[in-house]
Design a protein around this ligand. Structure first.
Ligand code: ADP
Ligand code: MG
Length: 422
């Protein structure tokens, strides 16, 4: 059993709670992007404050190379957290120096502390014992609420989880685990949709789901790869060449469960590449070099060499929508097309809408993957499905049945009457 907040000792008054959160949020420029991950951490912070504990938050942001880099500072996120929660937030840098230790002891009750990016120190990704020791001094107990980072063996995740006691998961992680675990024995029929770009990851997940799922719907680059494996022409579409043999194996093993697109929206890849995505969502348009003229081709007829697939077609949307609407449980990972551009967003949005309809008919619907989650947000349907996961890699590993390195050490703690002790 993985202990949660309720397993902590009863008296938390004045205790410093080191909380590993995942504030690694997609950003454009210096602005803080989609803030779902911050929002879902606030209940954990409040839970701790209500019991007199002093929350000290740790997170990484982006991929700095082990030294301070202003572009990846969490300073701006501190302001966002303060305005979203209405709580006083103190920001301290660096996360593993004497300043942080002193500030952690000085933190007044009712206040929250956010530390600078953990990846500003090399020890974070190396999971160095020195870094773990320094961080562990910052709290009397650990709360892991960074679902999106639990598949990483870093100092502030797996390192702290195997060092600090007591250690529990926060409310965000608890909710993620409940939602994703409910797909271990999903209500049937269980329909799965895969799309997006990282074909190698998705095919691995497909292999692990194939026995559990009744139907697998494929879109995006994953579908292009399968269409090629099925011997169809994909023209200039992006295909994951190295995955074709595995796709062929899967088709042989479970072809009757797999639904490939029957039609695709295609366009000239040169024209598409010449137009940055944000121009199409309200920004100023530059003079056009070549117009993007999407048209539909039937998969059976093949994609011409000078064109590439960027979305599933109308017939496929209808087919996939029908399958999703009659599902009792549905898992979706990876957009059906290049949804960042309006002209290629229909397939992805139609899957999001079908998922919302299935949810209304009492199906369990779970969305995993950063871009898929963003697409559901874009469609305004995030609260119309059962669960939108805040973790891409972590949700995939859980669904595939792997143990997350950040969680395994937590389960080893001994509980007395359901409680942990100091
Ligand atoms: P997720 O983050 O949900 O796991 P991925 O990261 O695997 O999804 O894939 C998302 C990306 O795949 C998006 O940027 C989208 O534009 C791209 N994509 C999907 N279909 C296509 C396609 N047919 N051609 C090119 N890019 C595609
Ligand atoms: Mg992605």
């Amino acid at each position: 059993m993985i202990p949660s907040l309720g397993c902590l000792p009863d008296d938390l008054q004045g205790k410093r709670a080191l909380v590993r959160v995942d504030f690694n949020i997609p950003r454009s420029g210096a602005d803080v992007g989609d803030t779902t991950r911050i929002e879902r951490t606030i209940p954990t912070i409040r839970w701790l404050l209500d019991r007199g504990a002093r929350p000290i938050l740790l997170s990484h942001l982006g991929r700095p190379r082990g030294f301070p880099d202003p572009v990846h500072s969490l300073a701006g996120v501190a302001g966002t957290l303060a305005s979203m929660s209405g709580l006083p937030v103190r920001f301290v840098a660096p996360c593993d120096g004497p300043e942080a230790l002193e500030a952690s002891h000085d933190l007044e009750p009712g206040r929250v502390m956010l530390l600078e990016n953990t990846r500003f120190s090399r020890g974070e990704t190396e999971n160095s014992p020195t870094m773990v020791r320094r961080l562990a001094q910052l709290g009397e107990f650990l709360v892991l609420d960074a679902f999106g980072s639990l598949h990483r063996e870093h100092a502030s995740t797996a390192g702290l989880a195997s060092t600090m006691r007591p250690a529990v998961v926060g409310l965000l992680v608890q909710r993620e685990l409940e939602a994703l675990r409910s797909l271990d024995e999903p209500p049937l029929p269980f329909v799965v949709a895969f799309g997006g770009a990282k074909a190698a990851d998705k095919i691995m997940l497909l292999e692990s789901l194939i026995d559990r799922a009744d139907r697998l719907l494929l879109g995006g680059i994953v579908a292009n790869t399968f269409l090629r494996a099925a011997g169809l022409e994909t023209g200039g579409s992006v295909v994951s060449e190295s995955e074709i043999p595995r796709a062929r194996d899967l088709l042989q093993k479970a072809g009757d469960k797999i639904s490939l697109p029957v039609d695709l929206i295609v366009a000239s890849p040169l024209a598409v590449r010449n137009r940055p995505a944000d121009e199409l969502y309200g920004g100023k348009r530059k003079p056009e070099k070549e117009k993007v003229r999407p048209r539909t081709v039937l998969c059976a007829e093949g994609v011409p060499d000078d064109l590439a697939a960027f979305d599933i077609g109308a017939r496929t949307r209808q087919l996939f929508g029908g399958e999703i609407r009659q599902a009792r449980s549905f898992f979706w990972n990876g957009p059906m097309g290049m949804f960042e551009r309006k002209k290629f967003a229909s397939g992805t949005l139609s899957v999001a809408r079908a998922a919302a309809e299935a949810t209304r008919d009492k199906a369990l619907t779970v969305i995993g993957g950063g871009d898929s989650a963003a697409a559901v947000q874009l469609a305004g349907l995030a609260s119309a499905v059962s669960h939108v996961s805040t973790g891409g890699g972590a949700s995939m590993e859980l669904i595939a049945g792997s143990t997350l390195p950040g969680l395994a050490p937590l389960a080893e703690q001994e509980l007395r009457d359901g409680k942990l002790t100091w």
